[in-house]
Design a protein around this ligand. Structure first.
Ligand code: 5AD
Ligand code: SF4
Length: 446
């Protein structure tokens, strides 16, 4: 057996893609390895969303240089969004790289490896043949790596929104939805292999528009309903959504579909209409707040998470205050916040009115303090309540189990391993850092 080490950066879609790459290479005799040292092939599945993410890849490539010196026939591949965005530039900057493959063409890895063995130099692939990729992936059939309690399932890729700060429309290409029948078949397969929770993935997942075999178009609400009909699947989540694509059907689904978990990741980025317009977000702060209200009417116990960017070009103190005001209004359960980072090729990167780094840092700290307060409040509110927990794995301590609440909070209990893959009620007793601890009550699922 040859050893394959894959290092995954960035989002959940990359995690899904890394698992598929491992499956693609298994027939070539590659077995997963835990580290790059001694591996026959190393794949860095990269993220390009912020400068920091990209820089991490180059420093890892620097470290790989020494390993390759010790083992010259080791293959080094760069996959993912940095591969797509930078292409041949990567091999110029890091000659240690043998293969560069974009996120829509990694199904060609086996032939690329063969080509690399035949020819000297580097092999590059950066097309967007999205359908072809899924055809190849589906032909692989059920896989060992599909055996987790919570499983990712890509239903949609790419983005047509073109927010002015974002590289995704360039690295992942135009929006493309997989046909519903294929997704349902994959969800069934995952359920049969033990997945109790399915997380539907898409860069713009709620823009899902799948064409069924009868030529009809399905939206995400219809797809969710079909997946909820699968007996093995107890919980469904989807991420990431754009506020503009939250349609009536999807809002109603939150009230009607008990398998749909009451936690929604809905990035807003800013609370200032001026900044939102400059970002080309296609919604105002008021639109966003109205949407939150509608979702809360549909599902009163729903919680929200979001993404924020501070220090976008031109962001004034008043704009930033508007962001804080929006956060205070919504009360989020969990959020991600970032300093604006100019990305090559995006419209915002050409902006002149930049926010000073010191101001960015100040704003980020202020926002994160508020978000953390809200997260803590949401977690503390769970104490004394009984929550349905889906158990995923043993905890670090002996006899301990870890699962997740409907709100994605990690929950620790004392219990037997037979509970893994099952849902049980837990009476929450305390909160440590970001984890809840409690005692088992009745088991809810077989
Ligand atoms: N700078 C900082 N943050 C960014 N994001 C996307 N592009 C940038 C950028 N250029 C953030 C957004 C997005 C999340 C995945 O990353 O908040 O929702
Ligand atoms: Fe990027 Fe905006 Fe598309 Fe999200 S919706 S992937 S932030 S362009």
């Amino acid at each position: 057996m040859k050893k394959l080490f894959i290092k995954t950066y960035g989002c959940q879609m990359n995690a899904y893609d890394s698992a598929r790459m491992a499956e693609l290479l298994a027939p070539l005799g590659y077995a997963p390895a835990a580290e790059a040292d001694g591996a026959d092939m190393v794949i860095l599945n990269t993220c390009h969303i912020r400068e920091k993410a990209t820089e991490k890849v180059y420093s890892e490539l620097g470290r790989l240089k020494a390993l390759k010196r010790a083992k010259p026939n080791m293959l080094v591949a760069v996959a993912g969004c940095t591969a797509q965005a930078e292409g041949a530039e990567i091999v110029t900057r890091a000659p240690v790289v043998d293969l560069v493959v974009g996120p829509q063409s990694y199904h060609r890895l086996p032939e690329m490896i063969a080509r690399a063995a035949r020819q000297a130099g580097h092999v590059l692939e950066g097309d967007f043949p999205a359908l072809e990729k899924f055809d190849v992936i589906e032909a692989l059939g059920p896989q060992q790596s599909d055996s987790g309690v919570s499983a990712f399932l890509t239903v949609q890729e790419g983005c047509d929104k073109f927010c002015t700060f974002c590289v995704v429309p360039y690295t992942r290409g135009p929006e493309h939805s997989r046909p519903p029948e294929r997704i349902i078949a994959e969800a069934r397969r995952l359920g049969a292999r033990g997945a109790r929770e399915i997380v539907l993935l898409g860069q713009n997942v709620n823009a899902y528009r799948g064409t069924a075999e009868d030529g009809k178009t399905w939206n995400l609400a219809r797809l969710l309903q079909a997946i909820a009909a699968i007996k093995d699947v107890s919980r469904i989540r989807y991420t990431t959504s754009h506020p503009r694509d939250m349609d009536d059907d999807l809002i109603a689904a939150h009230g009607a579909n008990p398998k749909l978990m009451p936690m929604l990741h809905l990035p807003v980025q800013s609370g200032s209409d001026t900044v939102l317009a400059a970002m080309n977000r296609q919604h105002t702060a008021e639109d966003y707040l109205a949407l939150i209200e509608r979702l809360r009417s549909s599902r009163p116990d729903i919680a929200f998470s979001s993404d924020f960017i501070v220090g976008f070009p031109g962001e004034s103190d008043a704009d930033f205050e508007a962001t804080l005001a929006l956060v205070r209004h919504v009360k989020f359960a969990q959020c991600f916040s970032f300093k604006y980072s100019p990305r090559p090729g995006t419209p915002a990167a050409a902006a002149k009115k930049l926010v000073a780094e010191s101001v960015k840092i100040e704003r980020l700290l202020a926002l994160q303090a508020l978000l953390l307060e809200q997260q803590d409040e949401a977690n503390r509110a769970a104490i004394g309540k009984t929550l349905a927990v889906l158990f995923e794995k043993p905890g670090r301590e002996k006899g301990q189990l870890v699962g997740r609440s409907p709100y994605l909070q990690p929950v620790h209990v004392a219990g037997g391993r037979d509970l893994i893959g099952r849902i049980a009620n837990v009476k929450i007793a305390k909160l440590t850092a970001n984890s809840l601890h409690g005692a088992l009550r009745e088991t809810l699922s077989a």
